[in-house]
Structure formats: C-alpha cells, structure tokens
Write a protein that binds this ligand. Structure first.
Ligand SMILES: [Zn+2]
Length: 666
C-alpha cells in the first residue's frame, strides 16, 4: 500500500502522536513472527523476470517427459517401514500451477521441472530414474545386466530405482557401477544396488575417477561440522516446503533422509580411456578439479550418447557452494566442456547426473556451447574486473550475464548464482582480503555491531530508519543494518522480527533456490531459534573408509590450543587390523604424527618412555571423530602400555564440535 502526498501529510501527525503515546516510534510496524505476503517491490521483481524470459518455451518440459515409462506413486520408506525417506508426490503437488506471489516465477519453473519423477527411456539402451532423490541414476543395458551410473544418495532411493527398472524394463542383475564423481548424492546409495558382500567380492565392476574414495570421504571431514550446519541452510534439510518455505534446490528436489555408504572402485580412471564394460564400449573422459575434485564424463558410442556427469546441467552451477567448500575452478570447468565438444560434439543425446536430458545433435551442441561459455564468462569477466580494482562485492553487483546466455534457462542461477560465483573467482585469485587497509584488522562482528549502532544514534533510531527503508523495499541494506542491530542486541525481538521479514522478502525475490533456502532458514531461526540439527551424513560404512592419516588430521584439528598450551606428550598408535603404527606428539599446541619413531627423526625429539595404545581401526574412528573418549572406550579390546595418564592428558585437550551453532544471531 502507498499513500498520495496529501494523505501522507495528514497521517504523519497522527502517527507521530500515536508513536508518542505508545512510547515507541517503531510501533508503526506490525511486528510478529508470522510470514508476510509478498510486497509490491517483490512483485515488481517477479514482473521484471516474467518479461525478461520466454516462459512460453516448453522445450525443457517436453525433454523432462520424453520416454516416460513409469512413475513412483507413493513414499519411499525405511526398511522397517517406520520412517519416510523420500516422498516423490509431496514436492510435485507443491509446485503445481501458477507461481505463488511468494516465489520467483523463474525458480518456480525450475522447481516444477525438478519435481517430475519417474523412469524414462533416454535412448535405445539408456534409462534414467529422476526425481526420487537429489540426483539422477542412469541404467545402461549391458550384455548380461545393468551398468549403473551414479546410484543416488541413499540405499532406500537407489533400491527403489532399481526395482522400478527391473519391473518395467528388464529384470537383470547389476553388472557394473560407475561413480562419476566424489559427491555423496552420486554414490551414497550404492548398497541399494548390490550388497556389501557382492560389492566386495569383485564380481561387480566398480569404476570411478582417481582418488574417488579419498576425495569422497575427506571433503566432509576436516571442516565437516561447519559444512553440515551450513548445509541445513543450503538444502533446507529441516525446512517445510511450500510457498513460504523451500521450493527445492534448483539442482533437484530435496535430499532424502536414508542410509549412506560407499564402495571401493575396482578400476580407476586417471586419463581419457576406453573400457569395455559388460560388453559395452565406454569412453571415459577425466574431468577433475572443476565441479568436484575428481570427476569424469562418459561417452557411449553404441547409443551416440554423452553422459555429462555434473559438469553439464540445466542451471548455472556453483563455483563456490554456499554450504562452504574450496573454491572451484571455473576456467578448468569451461576447458573440460571445450574438450568434450572437441571429442563428442557428434552426440545425439546428452544426459547428466542431475536434470533432464537434451535430445538432438543441434541442441546438444548448443547446450554444451552455452554451458562452456557460461563458466568461462564467469571466470573472465570476474578477473577482468578484479584487475580494474573492483572488490568482491563490487564485482558481484557490476556483472550482468551476457544477453544471449541470460535468455537461456539452463544458464540461469538456480543453484549457483552470478553474484556469489564472481566473488568466488575473486577469492580464488586474491583471497578474502580486498587490499583496503580498513578491512585488514576489523573488529569482530559483535563489537563492531555495538559501536556501529551507537554511532548511528542507538537502536531506536536504527530500527525507525530500517522500518522506513523496509517499507521502501530496500531489503538488501535493511538486512545489512538489522544484522548489525541483532548482533549488538540479540534480545531485541523487534529487530529480529523485522530482519526475518526482510529475509523473507529476499527469499521471495530470489531466483536462486539455495539463496531462497538460506533466507527462509535465516528467518525461521530469527523467529523461533535454532532447531534440531539435521542428521549427519557420516555413516558407519563411510566412516570405515577413512584412512588413518585423515583421522589423525581431524584429531589434530580438535586440539584446543589454550588447553594444550603446556602439554608435551608422545605416544604410539597401533591400528592392529591394518598393521599401521604412528607416533603422535602433542607439543606447542600442535599434534603431529609420523610413521617414524621420534628418535629416528631427530635426537632432539627423542622421548624415553613412549606410552602406546593398540586398537582396531573402527575404534580409532570413533575416538578421532569425537564419538567416544579414551575413558569411554571398551578397555577389553584395547591394549595399553606405558603411562596411561598420557591418554587422559591428550583427551583433556580435545574439543568436540557442536552439531548446531548460531548463524543469524551472535
Ligand atoms: Zn550432484
């Protein structure tokens, strides 16, 4: 609602009077924890995007439905039937019809596409199950059975997909499993395709890119707690779906909540090579260091079909994923696509590990060209501007996507965004510091917030101006300034409510699904506090694959520097079932380890009585990961020698990390 000037002059004195009466000027705003409708500024953003994009183009919907065979009608349950793992009907029913006013229409369209679930025939020998997990699983008809590409994220969803194929296409055994890359949505469901025993027997070929197990396991370990907390925001793991909540992830619908595992490859790919797998020729193309640390595409000559793994998809992907991860290389990404174009531009069909396939050679090539250009554009234009002296935030605001690319739905930022990707490129080349000495040693958030609010005239004035700006649709700045106020005064309910309302409008405006999820989750935590943590992604099957050195690196991260200030200990660690021996020293608040005895490394490091502990790998996993302590370990299965107090001393210096921590409040 807005007022004409005349009315405005009439109501201002009344408002001033009522403000005085209620002792607070901020009462002109109706504060509450309720979701608010979309503002006219939000609707303007939606109107603009509706005019910019061709919503009559329904090619993606046709491609998503092409080759439909069967649909999953009911929810996927856990083995005991007690828990719902994934409901493929819930999400489609929430994304039907015209976009609600509280969802960006372009994101709504993408959500409708990712909601389509079922089994589809992609080409003569290739099938896909889509929309029952975050990712797709592909089935290739081999001579004797099914070759599976990317067995989804959980045992339960993978098993459902296999049953769907066996029931509706052919009831064949699984002969090979291909993992395209090291992200859990592409391997976690492997036990749904074959049992642990079958996988370990070597009967089923397992093909993965180089360092697959290490990269898969390690990415979520060292900084795992922080990533998993932030993943709650990014993937809306505890949020409700709907017009005021999450509408998916842009990449797929949502992450299922089942069991995860991993399997060791029998063949690894470290360069481009052709393999014959169950009677089928497959050309693997090694594409590391881009979307994932290790990844590969695959070309099937028999079907003239290219599997784009997660390098090619129907969104702009992340150069920096918002859950937190190392910055990816957008230039390398574009080069991989360029190389795929040089090798496989003859392909008639392109299918990937997310989204729907692209059919017809002309369309395959133009899709690959626009994806290649998209990642090179992000790289080149970010570097172009940082060389002109622009900072990360200036970069993010100054770059507009090339007009041709921007018209293409597949180039739009549903998962990655041009804004945060350009900042990631800045970070990759120049790091967090922008060169401005004012940013060299800033005060921490709370101290800075308190002083800023005081400089601005105090909370009352700040809130008053924030309401005014909120009503004028200045959400980005209101978010920035109210975040300061909340950090200065975390008990200021009005500040938190208005900030939640601000995040909500930003969520409604966002074309990017993960931005939307961050804003909605942020609003929810401001209104109701931090909820229960989402279940962790570390499962016994994945934990068992962690090598001892990775566990020791993690154990080192757990050392609390203050508590360990004067600790000086040396100990011997024997992992009996792996025949491994490490010497650990904790000195200078740093835990080091080596396979060499300290006195063999240097006489100075010699220590006479080294206490030792002998235990199994599984026990050490629990110890290193903080799932148990030295005191709680079952002593019957552990052998100690030397001074046992050393272990107590070590234990006293170790932190365990909280599964939740505050993000939108201090
Ligand atoms: Zn994925």
């Amino acid at each position: 609602m807005f007022y004409s000037k005349k009315v405005f002059y009439l109501i201002v004195p009344i408002l001033t009077l009522s403000s005085l009466l209620s002792c607070t000027r901020a009462s002109r705003y109706t504060f509450s924890n309720n979701s608010k409708p979309a503002s006219r500024y939000t609707l303007d953003v939606h109107k603009e995007i509706t005019q910019e994009l061709n919503f009559d183009d329904d090619q993606d919907f046709k491609d998503s439905q092409k080759g439909f065979i069967a649909k999953l009608e009911g929810p996927i349950k856990s083995k005991d039937g007690m828990k719902e793992i994934f409901d493929p009907t819930k999400y489609p029913s929430l994304t039907q019809g015209k976009p609600p006013e509280t969802v960006n229409p372009s994101l709504w369209r993408q959500s409708q596409l990712t909601a389509i679930n079922g089994l589809f025939r992609v080409s003569d020998h290739i099938y896909q199950v889509r929309g029952i997990d975050l990712a797709n699983v592909s089935f290739i008809r081999g001579k004797k059975g099914w070759i599976i590409i990317d067995p989804l994220m959980t045992t339960e969803t993978a098993k459902t997909a296999l049953e769907l194929v066996r029931k509706n296409v052919e009831n064949l055994p699984v002969t090979a499993i291909i993992f395209t890359h090291s992200h859990i949505d592409h391997f976690g469901g492997v036990y749904g395709m074959a049992s642990k025993q079958e996988l370990e027997s070597g009967k089923i070929q397992i093909i993965a890119p180089k360092d697959f197990v290490y990269e898969s396991v390690s990415e979520n370990v060292i900084a795992g707690t922080a990533m998993s907390r932030r993943a709650e925001y990014m993937y809306a793991r505890t949020l409700d779906f709907g017009p005021n909540g999450s509408v998916g992830t842009g990449l797929g619908s949502y992450t299922p909540s089942g069991e995860y595992a991993i399997a060791r490859p029998t063949i690894t790919i470290d360069k481009d090579r052709r393999l014959r797998v169950d009677g089928v020729n497959i050309d693997f193309m090694f594409t590391p260091g881009a979307e994932a640390p290790t990844e590969m595409m695959a070309y099937f000559p028999r079907d003239n079909a290219l599997c784009g793994a997660e390098i090619l998809g129907h969104t702009m992907h992340n150069i920096q994923t918002l859950r937190g991860a190392q910055v990816r290389d957008s230039l390398m990404w574009s080069k991989h696509i360029q190389r795929a174009l040089e090798k496989y531009s003859k392909a008639d069909v392109l299918f990937s590990s997310h989204h729907w396939p692209t059919f017809g050679n002309d369309r395959v090539v133009s899709h690959m060209v626009s994806q290649r250009d998209l990642y090179k554009f992000i790289h080149d234009q970010s570097v172009n501007r940082l060389n002109k002296g622009l900072s990360g935030t200036e970069l993010a605001d100054s770059i507009e996507l090339n007009k041709n690319l921007a018209k293409n739905f597949s180039s739009r930022g549903y998962y990655g965004s041009l804004s945060h990707n350009t900042r990631a490129v800045y970070d990759k080349y120049l790091g967090f510091f922008d060169g401005n000495p004012a940013h060299l040693n800033p005060l921490p958030d709370v101290q800075s917030a308190k002083k800023t609010i005081a400089y601005m005239g105090g909370a009352g004035d700040v809130l008053e101006m924030a309401i005014k700006d909120y009503k004028a649709g200045e959400y980005r700045f209101v978010a920035e300034v109210l975040n300061k106020l909340v950090f200065a005064q975390p008990k200021n309910v009005k500040a938190k409510q208005l900030l939640a309302d601000t995040y909500e409008q930003l969520a409604y405006q966002a074309e990017n699904a993960t931005w939307r999820n961050f804003y909605v989750q942020g609003a929810q935590e401001l209104r109701y506090g931090v909820g229960m943590p989402a279940p962790p992604t570390a499962s016994p099957a994945i934990l068992s694959q962690m090598n001892t050195e990775l566990l020791l690196d993690y154990l080192s991260v757990r050392v609390n520097s203050e508590k360990a200030n004067s600790t000086d200990i040396t100990l011997e660690l024997n992992i009996t079932d792996r025949n491994e021996k490490y010497y650990l020293t904790l000195r200078n608040s740093v835990l080091n380890y080596s396979m060499k005895k300290p006195q063999e490394q240097n006489r100075q490091l010699a220590s006479n009585d080294i206490a030792s502990i002998s235990l199994k790998h599984g026990q050490f996993v629990k110890l290193a990961m903080g799932m148990t302590s030295f005191a709680e370990l079952d002593e019957k299965n552990i052998n100690y020698s030397g001074d046992k107090k050393v272990f107590e001393n070590l234990n006293e210096t170790l932190d365990t990390f909280p599964s939740t921590f505050n993000i939108v409040t201090p």
